[in-house]
Design a protein around this ligand. Structure first.
Ligand SMILES: NC(=O)c1ccc[n+]([C@@H]2O[C@H](COP(=O)([O-])OP(=O)(O)OC[C@H]3O[C@@H](n4cnc5c(N)ncnc54)[C@H](OP(=O)(O)O)[C@@H]3O)[C@@H](O)[C@H]2O)c1
Length: 250
């Protein structure tokens, strides 16, 4: 199969690329860091096709896709919308507007742009699978999740609405909604390089690994064609739902 994964330069995307190459698929892997992409190309070889662009920029996204061989572009079997980020964990009143814009631009605008470009090609051949990487943050509010959580709630509803639009077509859509995962750059980026803060979060917690998410993707890709998993919410055993917060003497 031909599988397009956004954000393969680290974390889940990289683990997925490695897992799916092992299964003998062709991987088109994207990211903004050209050096990382060429290292991955050197490691994964011929079956890995790197595409370097910022997913938040529609023109760059279009030209990156247009640079692909036409036969390949018209035959993407699986689109994995993985690229995304969280920035900051402050309350909404203290948040930086440029952080909010970056999250909206990547997690929402970028995700819908590439979907808009690839989906018609799947419809034309009446087959395909879209896997979106949402988050439990899209399901349960927590302090400081403000725009990140809202962007992932968007991804969940967009996934469900895609399925609704695709009725009668052999195209599947799954939203994977992970809870706490370690071993990626996610918290390093969220805390803007404050690695102490980031590593505190994972201290003494048996968190989900990128390879666990890659295994779930492998499972979804290999499901019988008549099965669609709408949403797959996963948490480490050490995590449960956020409690409802009450403050005394308000
Ligand atoms: N880790 C968690 O706890 C967790 C939990 C739930 C959901 N998620 C979601 O899982 C996805 C992957 O996260 P991760 O933990 O693997 O994080 P990560 O290690 O930081 O990886 C994020 C990937 O997205 C790419 N990316 C970010 N902004 C981009 C942009 N504007 N254009 C192109 N590529 C961009 C990055 O590549 P470049 O920097 O090279 O551009 C990188 O490859 C995200 O959508 C995240 O929200 C993570």
């Amino acid at each position: 199969m031909n599988i397009l994964i956004t954000g393969v330069t680290s974390g889940f995307g990289l683990a997925m690329a490695k897992r799916l190459i092992k299964d003998n698929h062709t991987i088109i892997g994207t990211g903004r860091r050209a050096d990382k992409l060429s290292d991955i190309k050197a490691e994964l070889g011929e079956q890995f096709i790197p595409l370097c662009f910022d997913i938040g920029n529609l023109d760059d996204t279009k030209s990156a896709l247009d640079s692909l061989d036409k036969a390949l572009l018209n035959n993407i079997d699986v689109l994995i919308n993985n690229a995304g980020l969280a920035l900051g964990l402050e309350s909404a009143d203290k948040a930086d507007i440029s952080d909010w814009q970056a999250m909206i631009n990547t997690n929402i605008t970028g995700l819908v742009s590439i979907t808009n470009l690839v989906l018609p090609k799947m419809v034309a051949k009446n087959s395909g699978l879209v896997i979106n990487i949402g988050s439990t943050a899209g399901n349960y509010p927590y302090f400081g999740a403000n725009i990140y959580g809202a962007s992932k709630a968007f991804v969940k509803q967009f996934s469900l609405n895609l399925r609704a639009d695709l009725i009668g077509k052999n195209i599947r859509v799954t939203n994977i909604e992970p809870g706490l995962c370690g071993g990626t750059e996610f918290s390093h980026i969220r805390f803007k390089g404050d690695n102490e803060k980031a590593s505190k979060l994972y201290e003494k917690v048996d968190y989900i690994r990128p390879e666990d998410i890659a295994d779930m993707v492998h499972y979804i890709v290999n499901l019988p064609p008549h099965i669609n998993i709408n949403r797959l919410e996963v948490m480490p055993v050490a995590q449960t739902f956020a409690g409802l917060t009450v403050v005394k003497d308000l």
